[in-house]
Design a binder for this molecule. Structure first.
Ligand SMILES: [Zn+2]
Length: 199
């Protein structure tokens, strides 16, 4: 395994510029998830975090570094941005794709959802989206609402009571169908990345 590098110049010397994307691809050692492992001034860490701190200053607590280019080994400072963990979950590409597939599946199953709200129980949503637990369904609804605030809305109509499960109303603007199909064309994602990111 390559020895960890110890200066910004070394990081650059160990990287190759991709002219097409502008990415600076780190060719040194990577961690199991494909992120550069960099050791700088005695601090070990993920390359994107180290490079970000060198260029823009300390990363505030509760924040993460997102690759705008979605290339994990990229250490180009202008391809990095600061996000809160919550924002990062909205943007991570694999999650985005999985989430969008689930919205499409909802629209395919209930085409009327773009005209008026569809009322579904929590277990029905869980089955529809093949979620492992109902907590994931709630999380998913929340993230979908945050990702498409104008186009995806949901409301809990009734809280679970005894044997009656939670009841949700979901409404989708027809424009979301266009948004989703346009985003498809912009993305190419290797299948193995999807497998590791989407449980
Ligand atoms: Zn990049």
């Amino acid at each position: 395994m390559a020895r960890p590098v110890n200066s910004i110049d070394n990081i650059r010397a160990n990287s190759i510029r991709d002219d097409e994307s502008g990415c600076l691809l780190y060719m040194g050692s990577l961690d199991k998830d494909g992120y550069p492992r960099i050791s700088l001034q005695g601090k070990k860490g993920i390359g994107s975090r180290v490079v970000y701190e060198q260029h823009y200053g300390a990363i505030p607590a509760g924040h993460e570094i997102d690759h705008i280019c979605h290339v994990r080994r990229c250490v180009e400072p202008t391809h990095l941005r600061l996000l809160t963990h919550q924002e990062n979950v909205i943007y991570i590409k694999a999650y985005m794709e999985k989430r969008e597939q689930r919205i499409k599946h909802l629209i395919d199953t209930y085409p009327q959802v773009t005209s008026f709200p569809v009322v579904l129980t929590l277990p029905e949503l869980q089955a529809l989206w093949a979620c492992t637990c109902t907590a994931n369904v709630k999380q998913l609804l929340q993230t979908m609402g945050r990702a498409f605030p104008e186009e995806f809305c949901y409301e809990r109509l009734k809280e679970r009571q005894g044997r009656n499960p939670d009841l949700y109303a979901i409404g989708i603007q027809p424009s979301l169908i266009d948004t989703l199909s346009n985003e498809d064309k912009l993305r190419v994602m290797p299948a193995e990345d999807l497998m590791t990111l989407v449980a």
